[in-house]
Write a protein that binds this ligand. Structure first.
Ligand code: DC
Length: 231
């Protein structure tokens, strides 16, 4: 390959973006960044601070403290998986639970939270090969990304996948609750004022409702080959 590429993968909640993005990064020897884990970590931080309640979110306090939220990534020595660090603490398991999932879309709609995260994401990106997944990577974070993919799948398929993933980790979950959370998050993500979830005009759509991960990788290899032929 001539040079290292920036690959942006955006799309709806729970459609397998991170599984797909991780495999692409592994195949190409690129860095993988899960931008959603950063918004999740910020949400955990503000939950702990007491700024997020069921009926009230203290937006002023969140804006005041957003610079206290430092996010980094490291490789877990035991699992070999990348984990998210919030101010140095491994929060990987804590940010996947239903409480953080229930508030993360509202927190990520705050302009100051977004600009803080976009700055971190761009600084990680730089000039190296990277695969980043999220909601606004191809539209806002890296509008000049070399390859942009927009992922989607039916709500039922996504809810079942999330249910299996969390149950597999021993988390006790309810399928209907997960489905409602996915629907609510998509709605908030698509309708927020700043950087709403939308397909970049030059993104290729991947609907993986009926595709295995192996089929998705074959699809990607064809896309990559076409890109390299043309560029
Ligand atoms: O990808 P995820 O489900 O872990 O993302 C969690 C939330 O974070 C999602 O509901 C919206 C927000 N998010 C965002 O606003 N922008 C991103 N680039 C990534 C995630």
């Amino acid at each position: 390959m001539k040079r290292e590429l920036t690959i942006a993968i955006d799309g709806y909640s729970s459609c397998g973006k991170s599984t797909f993005a991780k495999l692409i990064a592994k195949k190409l020897g690129y860095l993988y960044i899960d931008s959603g884990s950063m918004y999740r970590s910020a949400t955990l931080y503000f939950l702990r601070k007491g700024y997020i309640g069921a009926d009230n979110i203290n937006v002023d306090a969140i804006i005041e403290d957003i610079n206290q939220v430092a996010i980094s990534f490291e490789m877990d020595k035991i699992s070999g998986e990348q984990v998210t660090l919030l101010n140095g603490e491994n929060v990987e398991a804590k940010i996947r639970g239903i409480e953080v999932s229930g508030f993360v879309s509202q927190i990520s709609a705050i302009a100051e939270v977004r600009s803080h995260m976009v700055a971190i994401l761009r600084s990680i990106g730089g000039n190296r090969g990277i695969v980043m997944d999220g909601r606004d990577i191809g539209t806002v974070v890296f509008p000049d990304a070399d390859i942009k993919i927009f992922m989607t799948a039916s709500v039922d398929v996504r809810a079942k996948r999330r249910f299996d993933e969390l149950s597999g980790k021993g988390v006790s979950v309810d399928l209907e609750e997960i489905k409602n959370n996915i629907i609510a998050r998509d709605l908030t993500d698509e309708n927020r004022d700043i950087s709403p979830l939308r397909r970049a005009d030059d993104a290729v759509i991947l609907d993986n409702s009926r595709m295995t991960i192996k089929q998705q990788m074959v699809w990607f290899e064809e896309l990559l080959e076409k890109y390299l032929d043309e560029n």
